[in-house]
Design a protein. Structure first.
Lengths: 360, 74
């Protein structure tokens, strides 16, 4: 399909060409699904060359550090538990093995579609200890919060979470403070923002003078958002705009936000590539600590190492494009991934491999 | 994994709703959208409705997703 056949898209591309972003503008998309759409529809190729689209830390699987993967692997090794996880986590390499390896060895590792699956299994199997690998950004965190409150109310005592949830705005600020990273504007994630709204980006946009536009997921949405960013830059404005206004409201989803902070408090969190970011993670409030798998299933800390040669850290910060990793497509491919950015269906390396390999 | 899908609410029973999306019916949890009523379109992520969609736009989104998934098969 040639998307330029679409008259709305043609119009917006013409508008972008006319606006002539002269000096080279770097726009980071902070959502793995945006990365996929940009690659899949070849949007990089139809916009002016002066606009550089870079992928950020928007894939939850990719930003989970090796140390967490290793700890989870140790838990499955040392305790007789049922672990529920989203499918993408299965193949992420830890220092020595992956969850897939453990599953092949006979460990009880189940793929879930919804976090409810894990709680329902725990209810049906009271003699099994069940751990949900709670991963994801603000889109997913309210789901875990609902599940924890439900387990609490229903007094389910064989259910636990291994929590690696992370918060997006704090990561954006860390990237902006990094002198190696050049970001002029953010294409903000649509479904994270469906929960948090546009307000959390306001102080970031003003303080660092970066336009932020919350974008939908159609090619047209992304192009229109880029156009909105370029217009802001031209007018010397640093606002937060909502392009995806059919779903995102300024205040987000207040019911969901309330639930998150009934269950969790903010805490520091380590991101692959970005390191420790203050207040970018969540910890269970005291009332809910009995669901914390890290407390109930202690394991020896092992020295974690990143896969040798993998540049995921730089890819996640937007310093390197996947093509610039020496292993890309030679050694590291979706069928034999070296790093998480190639494993996850939303990882930047996977997106570039799948749709842009030949254009490199 | 943040992919979320639009669906129409057909029936509500406490915290659960029957929704239809691209001809497929399923059950989703609506705890996070307490204002949702029958006939609303919602964005569904991992078995939960996370936000109500502006009605006028819902049909357009569905078209896009049909095309997206169709395209993924090739
Ligand atoms: S191509 Fe593979 S090895 Fe290189 S950064 Fe991406 S995931 Fe890591």
């Amino acid at each position: 399909m040639n998307i330029l056949m679409d008259k709305n898209i043609k119009y917006i591309v013409e508008s972008l060409n006319k606006s002539r972003a002269s000096d080279g503008v770097s726009i980071m998309e902070v959502c793995g699904t945006h990365t996929m759409v940009i690659s899949r529809y070849g949007l990089r190729q139809i916009i002016p060359e002066t606009i550089n689209l870079i992928s950020g830390p928007g894939c939850p699987v990719c930003v989970t550090p090796a140390s967490d993967i290793d700890t989870i692997l140790e838990i499955t090794e040392n305790y007789d538990i049922s672990l529920f996880t989203f499918g993408d986590m299965l193949h992420v390499p830890g220092s020595k093995s992956s969850l897939y390896d453990k599953k092949s060895e006979g460990k009880d590792i189940k793929i879930c579609y919804s976090p409810s699956d894990a709680l329902n299994f725990a209810k049906k199997n009271p003699s099994r200890k069940v751990i949900l690998l709670a991963i994801g950004f603000e889109t997913t965190i309210p789901l875990t919060s609902v599940i924890i409150k439900r387990a609490y109310t229903e007094k389910i005592n064989n259910f636990f979470i291994y929590n690696v949830h992370k918060l997006i705005p704090e990561a954006l600020e860390t990237l902006l403070k990094d002198e190696h990273v050049k970001i002029d504007a953010f294409l903000c994630p649509g479904h994270v923002s469906a929960i948090i709204g546009s307000i959390p980006y306001k102080s970031i946009a003003e303080k660092y003078r970066v336009p932020c536009v919350i974008s939908g997921f159609e090619p047209f949405d992304i192009l229109e958002s880029i156009d909105m960013i370029i217009k802001q830059i031209k007018d010397d404005r640093y606002d937060v705009q909502i392009q995806y206004n059919r779903v995102v409201r300024e205040e987000g989803n207040p019911a969901a936000i309330k639930l998150i902070y009934e269950v969790f408090d903010k805490t520091d969190s380590v991101w692959r590539g970005l390191g420790n970011i203050p207040d970018s993670g969540l910890k269970l409030k005291e009332d809910f600590l009995r669901f914390d798998a890290k407390i109930h299933f202690p394991v020896k800390k092992i020295k974690s190492k990143e896969p040798p040669g993998c540049r995921c850290g730089d890819v996640l910060k937007g310093i390197k494009k996947p093509f610039e990793c020496k292993l890309f497509s030679k050694v590291c491919r979706p069928d034999s991934p070296v790093g998480p950015c190639m494993v996850s269906s939303e990882g930047s390396c996977a997106a570039y491999y799948r749709y842009e390999k030949l254009k490199a | 994994m943040c992919l979320a899908i639009p669906a129409k609410i057909i029936k509500i029973n406490k915290n659960l709703a029957e929704v239809e999306s691209m001809g497929i019916k399923k059950e989703v949890d609506i705890t996070l959208v307490p204002d949702a009523v029958k006939g609303d379109y919602v964005i569904v992520h991992a078995g939960f409705a996370i936000q109500i969609i502006d009605k006028k736009e819902a049909a357009n989104i569905e078209n896009y997703f049909n095309e997206y998934f169709d395209g993924q098969k090739h």
